[in-house]
Ligand binder design. Structure first.
Ligand code: ZN
Length: 351
C-alpha cells in the first residue's frame, strides 16, 4: 500500500485496520480476537470477533445488531485501556449515539482512527472531539469540494415546511433515512407539533434504544395496518431507503417521498431516485469539515479511507501535506448513507 511505512503503528491487513503491537483490529470486516468498534453501522460493526471493545453508549446498539451473546467490554469516552505496550482510548465522533474515534498510543507516537464523524451539532449524540495526534486516519465519504452542508437547522426547517405542505395536500410525508443514527436525529429535530410521526419496523427498535439511553425523542408509532390509518394524509413517516417503492408504502398512499442524505447535494440524484424532495442532512463531515479536522488535530501524516480517497490525497499533497490512501473492502458509494436492501436493513454494502 503506497504511503504506508514498515513500522507503522496501524496498518491495513486482511482483517482491516490492525495494530499488531496491541493485538487489535479497528472495525474488522472478519472475525478477529480483539475488535475495537467505532460505531454500530453495519460496515463498521460485524459479527464473529472474540472480544469487542466499544463505548458504553454503543453497547445496546451493538447487542441489537450483533446479538446479545457477544463478548463486549465497554469504556467511557477518554477512559484508557492498555493492550500490552499500547494504550487505547475512545473519543466522541459526533456521528451517532456512542460513536467514537480510536486513539492509539505506543511509545511516543499517537495515531487516531476517526471512524465516521461529523462536525455539525446533533442532539442525539456527544459532539466530535478534536484529538491531537501524529497520524490521523480519517474517513472521507464526502471528500470532494462540492460537498458543503447547509446549516442543519435551516434544512430541518425545510423538512418541517415540506411536512406541513404535505399535510395541507392530504399526503403522507415519507422520508427516507438510514435506520440507525439519521432516523433518530431527524426524529429529535423535527417539529413534532405538525402531526403524528410513524417509523418503519427497522427504525422502531433503534429509536427505543436511543430513548432508553436517555436521548429525548418525541412520541412515534410503528407503522402497522392500524397505525397507517392515523398517519395517512397527515403524518411524517421515517423509513429506510429499501422500503421506498415497495408495497409497504402503498398503505400510506397518497405519499410525497423525500430523502435526508448528504447525497442530496448532488444535482439530479433526487430525480433519479424518484423523490419529490431531497434534504441535505448528513452524519458525515463535509469538505470544509474534513480539512478543518486535519488542521486542528495537528497530524503530520493523514491516511484516507472510505470515500473519495484519491482526489483528497492529491489535494492534500498539493498543499504540502503528507497523505496516503487506505483501500477498504467496502466500495458502496454511500458508505452507511445508503442502506442496502434486506431485512431490517442489516445487509452490508460490500464489494
Ligand atoms: Zn457510520
Amino acid at each position: 500500500m503506497p504511503g504506508v511505512k514498515r513500522d507503522d503503528l496501524v496498518v491495513r491487513d486482511g482483517s482491516g485496520l490492525t495494530c499488531a503491537a496491541g493485538g487489535l483490529t479497528i472495525d474488522p470486516w472478519r472475525g478477529v480476537e480483539t475488535a475495537v468498534i467505532t460505531h454500530g453501522h453495519s460496515d463498521h460493526a460485524r459479527r464473529g470477533s472474540g472480544l469487542y471493545i466499544a463505548t458504553e453508549a454503543s453497547a445496546p446498539i451493538l447487542r441489537h445488531r450483533l446479538g446479545r451473546e457477544i463478548r463486549l467490554r465497554t469504556v467511557d469516552y477518554g477512559e484508557p485501556i492498555d493492550f500490552g505496550p499500547v494504550r487505547v482510548s475512545l473519543h466522541p465522533a459526533g456521528h451517532l449515539l456512542g460513536s467514537a474515534q480510536v486513539r492509539v498510543e505506543h511509545r511516543d507516537e499517537v495515531w487516531v482512527v476517526t471512524g465516521d464523524y461529523k462536525r455539525d451539532p446533533d442532539p442525539t449524540c456527544a459532539p466530535f472531539e478534536v484529538v491531537t495526534c501524529d497520524v490521523l486516519i480519517s474517513e472521507c465519504t464526502f471528500g470532494l469540494p462540492i460537498y458543503r452542508w447547509p446549516d442543519a437547522r435551516l434544512e430541518f426547517d425545510e423538512v418541517n415546511a415540506w411536512w406541513r405542505a404535505c399535510r395541507e395536500m392530504g399526503r403522507t410525508a415519507v422520508l427516507s433515512v438510514y435506520s440507525l443514527g439519521k432516523a433518530q436525529r431527524v426524529l429529535a429535530s423535527v417539529d413534532a407539533c405538525i402531526g403524528p410521526i410513524g417509523v418503519h419496523g427497522a427504525v422502531d427498535p433503534l429509536c427505543r434504544v436511543y430513548r432508553e439511553a436517555g436521548v429525548k425523542l418525541p412520541e412515534w408509532v410503528k407503522v402497522s395496518p392500524d397505525s397507517a390509518k392515523q398517519l395517512k394524509g397527515c403524518g411524517l413517516v421515517l423509513a429506510p431507503p429499501s422500503a421506498l417503492g415497495t408495497a409497504w408504502v402503498k398503505r400510506l398512499a397518497p405519499v410525497s417521498a423525500a430523502a435526508a442524505s448528504g447525497w442530496m447535494r448532488v444535482r439530479g440524484r433526487r430525480r433519479r431516485e424518484g423523490l419529490d424532495r431531497g434534504f441535505v442532512i448528513s452524519d458525515h463531515a463535509d469538505w470544509p469539515g474534513l480539512l478543518r479536522t486535519f488542521e486542528e488535530t495537528g497530524a503530520r501524516r493523514i491516511g484516507l479511507t472510505h470515500g473519495s480517497t484519491g482526489s483528497l490525497e492529491r489535494y492534500l499533497r498539493g498543499i504540502g501535506k503528507e497523505a496516503f490512501s487506505i483501500d477498504t473492502r467496502y466500495v458502496g458509494e454511500g458508505g452507511d448513507e445508503i442502506e442496502a436492501k434486506g431485512e431490517g436493513g442489516l445487509n452490508e454494502v460490500v464489494s
